[in-house]
Design a protein around this ligand. Structure first.
Ligand code: GDP
Ligand code: IMO
Ligand code: MG
Length: 422
């Protein structure tokens, strides 16, 4: 049985957590394959609300096993806190969650370097979780991996080497408060606490597939934050697109079946960087208020703007999805008129592509087609497409047409049952 992938199609926070939760009822295993505790995936049901940062959203379905793949960068302290929080809420984690022994570990010096870099000339607006510096060490072959936590003397050697080297780059005084011995002590402890969770997840996943187990791969962030295809350098440090799911798990491309894009009915972004359809006006403020657009990880207000069909078309192309889930349609009930960006103008010429370079991205003028809204009609309990107001149906049809995708799911509220399938 082939695995399926869920990916964010914009700048993250599209509602991946909610859709993974809805779908995971019919999956055996849910896997995170990239990113780290920069992610915040929210799931709401039975008046309970869970925000998951590292653990796959499938943990909330008792029939699901969950995997943190090798492509993730893992903060063990954050993970232990998340496990504790879930177990206090009567969600069994031990015995259901497994971590790849190759997963890279976020160290205290990664978080420190993240904040030093943010204070420098290139401010990305990172979540401060040490993501970029940890992936830097992975790529430059200095990383410390999950299984390294289990052997204290090897761990100490690796940490000492890393701290000495980082002192050369960032200055002795910047890292003076960091002690290799202390870190090795704490992280070895974390390793022992997590020992039973560690396994060779690539074998586990491939063997599970051959036993016809259904596997769902849960992406974090979104295509426009992808390190290769996003608005570089204002991106995260991993491949967020569906291709990242193979490298981050050990599931080969031939074993990936469906890719489902998660598409918000408007656009948001957290942090710095270009955002062609951003609304720095009352409309943007109303989107933020009606959509409660505040970061699930950092609490920062999310920048808001209209739907960008050029971006989603590009995202569908690089991720390989033709079918998607539309989320937060209910938020648009606050508007009389709803503009939809169908193309851009660049230096007076119309373009239908999402440009890669910052210079062009900064000069884009969105071309909008304006749709009549369904203001003040509450759509949060609609159960079918035909129950939606006609203007909402027209808006959805237009998004599908301009983005060249079809929606199999339409989400009209944060709760499980506020989901239309067709
Ligand atoms: P993720 O990072 O993609 O999982 O998304 P987040 O959880 O960071 O942000 C999405 C927010 O929107 C969460 O608070 C969800 O509970 C909420 N949400 C998801 N789908 C809907 C929807 O259809 N309508 C509304 N109003 N809220 C939604
Ligand atoms: P989910 O999975 C939205 C953004 C940060 C910053 C940039 C780099 O909840 O959709 P990083 O800490 O990764 O080095 O920050 O990426 N960012 C996200 N934005 N949702 C996320 O995750 C994000 N994870 C990182 O705001 O602009
Ligand atoms: Mg989020």
């Amino acid at each position: 049985m082939k695995a399926e992938v869920i990916v964010g199609s914009q700048w993250g926070d599209e509602g991946k957590g909610k859709i993974v939760d809805v779908l995971s009822e019919s999956f055996d295993i849910v896997v995170r394959y990239q990113g780290g505790a920069n992610a915040g995936h929210t799931v709401e049901f039975e008046n309970k609300k869970f925000v998951l940062h590292l653990i796959p959203s499938g943990i909330l379905r008792s029939g699901c096993q969950c995997i943190i793949g090798n492509g993730v960068v893992l903060d063990p302290r954050a993970l232990l806190d998340e496990i504790k929080f879930l177990e206090e809420s009567d969600i069994q984690v031990k015995g259901r969650l497994f971590i790849s022994s190759n997963t890279h570990i976020i160290m205290p010096y990664h978080k420190l370097i993240d904040s030093l870099q943010e204070g420098g000339k290139l401010k990305i607006g990172s979540t401060g979780r040490g993501i970029g510096p940890c992936y830097t060490d992975k790529a430059s072959r200095r990383g410390i991996r999950m299984h390294d936590l289990l052997t204290k003397d090897i761990l100490l050697e690796k940490i000492k080497f890393n701290i000495e080297e980082k002192k050369m780059f960032f200055g002795h005084e910047q890292l003076s408060g960091i002690s290799a011995e202390d870190i090795a002590g704490f992280f070895h402890e974390y390793g022992l606490l997590l020992k039973d969770y560690i396994m060779d997840t690539a074998y586990f996943l491939n063997e599970s597939m051959s036993r016809n187990k259904k596997i769902l791969l849960e992406g974090a962030q979104g295509a426009a934050l992808d390190i290769d295809f996003g608005t570089y350098p204002y991106v995260t440090s991993s491949n967020t697109i569906s291709g990242g799911a193979t490298c981050g798990t050990g599931i080969a491309p031939v074993n990936i079946g469906k890719v489902l894009g998660i598409v918000k009915a408007y656009t948001t972004r957290v942090g710095e960087g270009p955002f062609p359809t951003e609304q720095l006006n009352e409309d943007g403020q109303l989107l933020q208020k009606a959509g409660f657009e505040f970061g699930a990880t950092t609490g920062r207000p999310r920048r808001c703007g209209w739907y960008d069909a050029n971006l989603v078309r590009y995202s569908a192309m690089i991720n390989g999805f033709k079918i998607a889930a539309l989320t937060k349609l209910d938020v648009l009930s606050a508007f009389d008129k709803i503009p939809l960006c169908v193309a851009y103008k660049l230096n007076g010429e119309q373009i239908n592509r999402f440009p890669a370079d910052l210079d062009s991205l900064g000069k884009l003028e969105p071309v909008y087609k304006v749709f009549q809204g369904w203001k003040d009609t509450d759509i949060t309990s609609c159960k079918s497409f035909s129950e939606l107001p006609l203007n909402a149906q027209k808006y959805i049809n237009a998004i599908e047409k301009y983005s060249k995708i079809k929606f199999s799911i339409i989400s009209v509220g944060p709760k499980r049952e506020q989901t239309i399938t067709r």
